[in-house]
Design a protein around this ligand. Sequence first.
Ligand code: MN
Length: 210
Amino acid sequence: MIACVEPSIKSGFLEFGVCTRALPGESESGDLHLIAPFPKGVLIAVVDGLGHGCEAAVAARAATASLRSCPQGRLTDLVQRCHAALQKTRGVVLGIASIDADRNQLSWLGVGNVEGVLLRADPTARPSREVLPHRGGVLGYQMPPLRMNTVPVACGDTLVFATDGIDSSFPIESPASCDPQTLADDIVRRHGKQTDDALVLVARYIGSLP
Ligand SMILES: [Mn+2]
């Protein structure tokens, strides 16, 4: 069953869509997302609790609660705090990004198997896409040395996060004109695996709303 949040939502500095599907037979997904605006920025995260079902969902909820409680600040500090909050859980892998809307910068990092790509709206931009820097590991269990990148971000640029319930070879066409929710739904429908929970988050940077 596919549970979609429709239509695309505008929040803070983003227009976004999320599509998620629990492993067939499970009532709960261990894949969760978080959009947490703060003054002059927004935190965006996708977490995948280890395994699936109830215990995976418990770990994923603990991770999003930790991040939501304090969404502003250095990403490495947020992730350290999240790691500490997950010690008694199965742990999670995650992709996380923080946008500084004053500077038009995006910082991001990944731990474990979450894919992330930032697609440029400007057709002449080179490179036309950036890939999430990530390291192997599991938050709450074995945290690797974190590797964070900071890149410029412009209005219309689109961030896509996908958990490993999505075939990692999923193609992403230039989505500048594509509605974020439609794109998220499409990726899950066409590239979701039947063997794991799946979640796709598509977030387009729109700057400050008038
Ligand atoms: Mn998974």
